[in-house]
Design a protein around this ligand. Structure first.
Ligand SMILES: Nc1ncnc2c1ncn2[C@@H]1O[C@H](COP(=O)(O)OP(=O)(O)O)[C@@H](O)[C@H]1O
Ligand SMILES: [Mg+2]
Length: 256
């Protein structure tokens, strides 16, 4: 049986001037699977992330649900189901947490001005429904109701991280990409993140997670791509990666 990968990259490469930050990287992720991308500092993980979503000039090809989207600009990818978290804490601080969520839900959440003048009651009802939907999404992503009326900058750091994932996911995604979602998280928040990622997998979302924390990746990844000095050092099951000599050497054998 062949299945169409949710996301596939072929021969991805990134150069910054003379520096080859990434070269010859190829992997795929199936619906309901999590691909972990790991590697030492400077390995090319973030460049890979930016390359997939066309945020940098790059070589190679990108396929979304079997369709070649190499020429699709970054803003066209979200509508095709590829969502990514932007830099952490990219919130509207003047809006409440709930309004941040409603803003990314866009058309789903906001009824038009005209509608609110012509049919104010129906518009108000739609807005209430939208607010309930947004609140439900937030809770599902680990942002409790007690924080919804606050500004994002007033909520704990761990919850901000979950909020940024909720905002990236919006009203749904075929593929969700996260760059170091666990950065700065403590044990309890980390456990919540693992549970969320597992839930998303069960719902059939394909996840690409770049991460420094080996424990987290080993706990949730179906397959792992190891980058080192811009090259794809290994691609395999977590159990294979853990015992791969080249990987051990890249992580342990070289002083960083
Ligand atoms: N915008 C940039 N301009 C020049 N060099 C960059 C830029 N971004 C990253 N690099 C370099 O590319 C290499 C890979 O970086 P990066 O993709 O950020 O690695 P990682 O995320 O694995 O730490 C590093 O040598 C880094 O210094
Ligand atoms: Mg990085």
């Amino acid at each position: 049986m062949t299945t169409t990968a949710a996301l596939r990259v072929e021969g991805l490469g990134v150069r910054y001037g003379a520096l080859v930050a990434l070269e010859g990287v190829s992997w795929e992720v199936q619906p309901g699977e999590l691909l972990g991308i790991i590697g030492p500092n400077g390995a090319g993980k973030s460049s890979c992330y930016e390359a997939v979503t066309a945020m940098v000039a790059r070589q190679g090809r990108v396929f979304l649900g079997g369709m070649d989207v190499t020429e699709v600009p970054p803003y066209g990818l979200a509508g095709r189901g590829l969502k990514r978290a932007f830099q952490q804490n990219a919130f509207f601080d003047d809006l409440s947490v709930l309004d941040n969520m409603m803003a990314v839900l866009g058309g789903v959440a906001y009824s038009g001005l005209l509608a609110s003048i012509v049919t104010p009651r129906a518009a108000a009802r739609r807005r209430d429904e939208a607010a309930r939907f947004a609140a439900g999404q937030l809770e599902r992503f680990g942002v409790p109701a007690a924080y919804h009326a606050l500004s994002p900058k007033e909520i704990p750091y761990g919850v901000q991280r979950m909020l940024s994932i909720a905002l990236a996911f919006g009203d749904g995604a075929e593929v969700l990409m996260l760059d170091e979602p666990a950065a700065g998280l403590g044990g309890e928040d980390m456990a919540r993140l693992v549970a969320l990622l597992s839930d998303l997998k069960k719902e059939g979302v394909a996840l690409v997670v770049i991460e420094h924390h080996m424990d987290l990746i080993m706990a949730v990844a179906n397959r792992i791509c190891v980058l080192d000095l811009g090259r794809q050092l290994a691609l395999g099951l977590p159990s294979e990666i853990q015992h791969d000599e080249r990987v051990l050497e890249a992580y342990l054998g070289r002083k960083q």
